[in-house]
Design a protein. Structure first.
Length: 597
């Protein structure tokens, strides 16, 4: 059961294993609980399909590890290119058994994703792509003319002959690299975060301290398994805790968000995680009458909500919509994390409702969190991301002077502790700057810190995230957070989709200009027209945010670049705008009017 695995010597009926890595954890479970369900894959996000037990998974991982070792991959890197399914889990854990530093990547559907695949392979220093025969055939058929595919070695793990009686090579140690987790690209070019086995175990132990998995718990996950949140919640945490994980393909959730909730109710899900936009999609489905068959959600104890920032309106709307289904408001657990810290850094406790602070927008623009009455004219809500547990420490630091700031002062979020990853693969200078920052001033300690690039403040021991340091728009000495402007744009348009806008500053050769790009679907364009959409967004941003956009650009739905977890890629959007690649509706991007007309 869950209590059997801890980072100490654990003894089963016929085995004694010092659990220091995920490979140790799987070996222990495979030999002491061979028939227990580990992962269940849901066909179309609904019906149980293939099921992996710990015993079968241990044998499969060991067999693959022996194959990888025979092919000379041990101690080297490989790209993992898989759809959501059992072959990904088998190969991921086989790589860990064989000490292969795997780099999971999204199966490419567009040419730019092929380019990203090649950049990641080159950055990881490998030409080996582990995948399925079907995916390899599809990628080469669709993109075979692209030079980025030349020189890659495709290995279809589902067609290789793996000896089921194989013994895995020497298992990895705590300091071995378990994964190269490539950043989503929401803040720049992808970089490979070197996550060690010790990092993984530290992170799941802290997550378990915060949101305990007890006997009878179960995870229901739709997040992409190549993404850090999907990886930890869907694969790593259930393995550590010894609880079943029910996995569905991301497309199944996107096509019909109620599937996620139905699966939680049907399979007794107690733990699930998603970015804020997923909860917003569920709220919209409920408003449109598409969640009638959800069922009983009363067993759902942890609904982890990771976003920058978490929206109070979403928290409240989700709770209101699904309280009739038994959803407990205390189950909504906002948190903050990033790949550079393996994942979780802070999280809200399970035994209380999320914290919301109503703050003066004017004071926040000037770098201070000043609480006000929620009826104040410039009151804005911020949802807390909880506190730290275990050995993780969060500090708020002046990004220019590197001095600690007081409670309520906005600065850069710095992190220290056992979850901080080893650095960026092959990027010594960037690793030194990001992972080994030092505090200055009389309160400084010698321990290195991780610079997150995110802004926030502490209040009552809880972290509140306000935005990205490099995304802040500065006008007349005041800070304007792009996500606040984007929310105003969304609220201005009836029936708009979550994360449908991007706000950023753009140089025109003379000065910086505030550009707001907003998506509009055919229904909205037919009812309002592009000119009226621009006018409404322009006026909403001016009134709510006290800043006047220089350009409001309307694009078709899906044209605003986003990461695999739904985060807006502002810098990618800015690059497309400045290169003239945005498909602007109504007026050319190069000569868009600076007024709403």
């Amino acid at each position: 059961m869950h209590e059997e695995i801890r980072p100490v010597t654990s003894t089963g009926p016929n085995v004694t294993v010092d659990v220091r890595t995920l490979a140790d954890a799987l070996q222990l479970r495979g030999e002491t609980q061979p028939g227990q369900t580990a992962y269940v894959f849901l066909r179309d996000g609904e019906e149980p399909g293939e099921t992996l037990t710990y015993g079968g998974l241990h044998r499969d991982a060991a067999a693959r590890a022996a194959t990888f070792a025979a092919q000379g991959l041990s101690g080297r890197g490989a790209v993992l290119l898989y759809p959501a399914g059992p072959e990904f889990v088998r190969t991921l854990l086989g790589c860990m058994y064989a000490r292969v530093a795997s780099a999971p990547v999204q199966v490419p559907r567009r040419r730019e994703e092929v380019e990203r695949l090649r950049r990641i392979a080159d950055d990881a220093g490998t030409s080996t792509v582990l995948t399925t025969a079907e995916v390899a055939g599809e990628v080469r058929a669709r993109f075979g003319d692209m030079p980025e595919l030349h020189g890659l070695r495709w290995v279809a793990t589902d067609t290789l002959r793996h000896d089921p009686d194989s013994v895995a090579p020497a298992l990895p140690g705590p300091e071995d690299i378990a994964l190269l987790q490539y950043t989503s690209g929401s803040t720049g070019s992808p970089k490979g975060v070197m996550v060690s086995h010790a990092n993984f175990l530290a992170n799941v132990i802290e997550t378990d301290q915060l949101w305990p998995c007890r006997p009878g718990s179960a995870v229901v996950n739709w997040l992409p398994l190549f993404h850090d949140m999907g990886m930890l919640f869907g694969v790593v945490m259930p393995l550590w805790a010894g609880i079943p994980s029910y996995l569905m393909a991301p497309e199944a959730f996107i096509r019909r968000p109620a599937r996620w909730l139905e699966a939680i109710a049907r399979f007794g899900g107690t733990h699930a995680a998603a970015p804020s936009f997923a909860y917003e999609l569920c709220v919209r489905a409920a408003a449109e009458g598409r969640t009638g068959g959800v069922g009983d959600l009363s067993r759902w104890r942890v609904a982890a909500n990771g976003a920058e920032p978490v929206r109070w309106s979403t928290v409240r709307a989700f709770t209101d919509a699904f309280a009739p289904h038994g959803f407990d408001p205390r189950a909504m657990c906002p948190g903050y994390g990033l790949a550079e810290n393996t994942l979780k850094a802070t999280g809200s406790r399970r035994d209380r409702e999320p914290t919301v602070l109503w703050l003066s927008a004017e004071a926040l623009r000037n770098g201070t969190a000043q609480p006000v009455d929620d009826r104040a004219a410039d009151a804005v809500p911020l949802v807390g991301s909880g506190g730290t547990v275990g050995g993780t420490r969060v500090d708020i630091v002046d990004p220019a002077t590197h001095r600690l700031l007081l409670e309520g002062q906005v600065g850069e979020i710095w992190i220290s502790g056992p979850c901080v990853a080893r650095g960026y693969h092959g990027r010594a200078e960037a690793s030194e700057e990001t992972f080994r920052a030092r505090l200055a001033g009389p309160k400084a300690s010698g321990a290195p810190r991780l610079r997150t690039g995110d802004l926030g403040f502490l209040h009552g021991g809880e972290l509140f995230v306000t935005g990205r340091l490099k995304d802040v728009i500065i006008r007349k000495g005041r800070n304007h957070y792009p996500q606040d402007i984007e929310l105003s744009a969304e609220l201005a348009l009836p029936g708009s989709h979550p994360n449908c806008a991007a706000a950023f500053s753009s140089e025109d050769g003379e000065r910086e200009r505030l550009v707001v790009v907003v998506e509009a679907d055919g229904r909205l364009l037919n009812s309002l027209g592009a000119k009226e959409v621009r006018r409404r967004v322009h006026d909403a941003v001016r009134e709510r945010n006290r800043i006047v956009p220089d350009q409001v650009l309307v694009v078709r739905r899906g044209a605003v670049p986003k990461t695999s977890s739904g985060k807006v890629q502002r810098r990618a959007c800015k690059r497309r705008h400045e290169s003239g690649d945005l498909p602007v509706i109504g007026v050319p991007a190069a000569s868009a009017a600076t007024t709403p007309a």
